[in-house]
Design a protein around this ligand. Structure first.
Ligand code: TRP
Length: 334
């Protein structure tokens, strides 16, 4: 199914269930576009998820929901490989080998590990520590050329590059050293209630985030309540975090430039603008919501998709694991 002349892109998303407008505009909308020009391998990273406490039934549900929502967002299983991480054993296998080419010290320097250790001080488990090794395995096991990642995952990608180079240096050319994908950058969407922090589904205030599957009324209500400022101008400017965020969102869903938005809304109040943003977002998301509801109700279809995805992913990655096992000196299995 893949075109040999195209580069391979890999990316993973945490299974937090039906994700937010922030995840959509920040990442998934680009995953969709990338399918035109690249061979794409996308995965729901349930194995990464258990590095912090999860309720098993909830994790299972969240994983299926995230998978279904990716399908609804336009990830096309006839063009891309879309699967659930724990279904493909090669990730864990390569992760172990790579952990022996990763230094204790370099993992300790990861800022996400430091942050999460503070946040989950009662459970600083080894998986939390070796999280970036599994992430390196995700990428290297497909010999991915490019990885689209946000700023918060840059350090992990850098580590994956270092591990690949170290392994290649020690055992001979094996892995492609992956590059960050720098193309159209996703939009960074902030909380509607506190526009200084990132939009997150774990926010206590449900008005702070919009889910991709929220219905029209809910979306409009949340935008109407969005925090702005005491100014009146609809213009992108430092110090106007709330308006900047709304403009970013509006621009991402309509394609309008900031200048055009400012011109179109000149003389109008914040109330009008918030309503317009809410309507534009609801229009953009409503076909996705409908598709999602259809897919999540059709368990057989969902199962068929993730089963085929896992088979394709295994086929692609098994070759790399075989090669790695040979290189490090494991005895061939007959
Ligand atoms: N760690 C990434 C995140 O939290 C998810 C992820 C896992 C990933 N494996 C990956 C992203 C490989 C890119 C490539 O967002």
């Amino acid at each position: 199914m893949f075109d040999k002349n195209k580069k391979l892109i890999f990316s993973g998303i945490q299974p937090s269930g039906t994700f937010t407008l922030g995840n959509y505009l920040g990442a998934v909308i680009n995953w969709n576009k990338l399918q035109d020009d690249y061979n794409c391998v996308y995965c729901v990273v349930d194995m990464h998820a258990i590095t912090v406490k999860q309720e098993p039934a909830k994790l299972r549900q969240n994983t299926l929901e995230a998978y279904a929502l990716l399908l609804a967002c336009g990830i096309d299983i006839n063009r891309s490989v879309l699967f659930i991480q724990s279904h493909v054993k090669t990730h864990a296998e390569l992760s172990w080998v790579l952990s022996c080419s990763t230094q204790y010290g370099e993992l300790g320097r990861m800022t996400q590990f430091k942050d999460k250790s503070l946040k989950h001080a009662d459970d600083i488990n080894a998986g939390l520590y070796t999280y970036p090794v599994l992430m390196a395995a995700d990428i290297l096991v497909y010999n991915a050329d490019l990885v689209p990642v946000g700023i918060d995952q840059k350090q992990h990608l850098e580590l994956a590059r270092n591990v690949a180079q170290r392994f290649n240096g020690r055992y001979g050319e094996t892995f492609i050293v992956p590059e960050p994908y720098i193309g159209e950058v996703g939009s960074k969407v902030m909380s509607l209630q506190n526009p200084e922090s990132k939009m997150s589904k774990s926010d206590d205030n449900v008005n702070a985030y919009v889910l991709v599957i929220d219905d029209k009324d809910t979306i409009i209500r949340k935008f109407k309540r969005a925090v702005t400022d005491s100014d009146t101008e609809i213009v992108y400017k430092e110090g106007k975090d709330g308006i900047n965020n709304l403009m970013t969102i509006y621009s991402a869903v309509t394609g309008d430039s900031f200048d055009k938005i400012t011109a179109d809304f000149s003389g109008k109040g914040y109330g009008d603008f918030k309503l317009a943003v809410g309507e534009a977002v609801a229009d953009k998301l409503s076909p996705i919501r409908e598709e999602y509801l259809k897919i999540i109700a059709d368990k057989d279809y969902l199962k068929k998709c993730y089963t085929e995805g896992a088979e394709q992913a295994l086929r692609l990655s098994q070759r790399v694991v075989n090669k790695v096992y040979r290189k490090v000196g494991f005895v061939d299995k007959v």
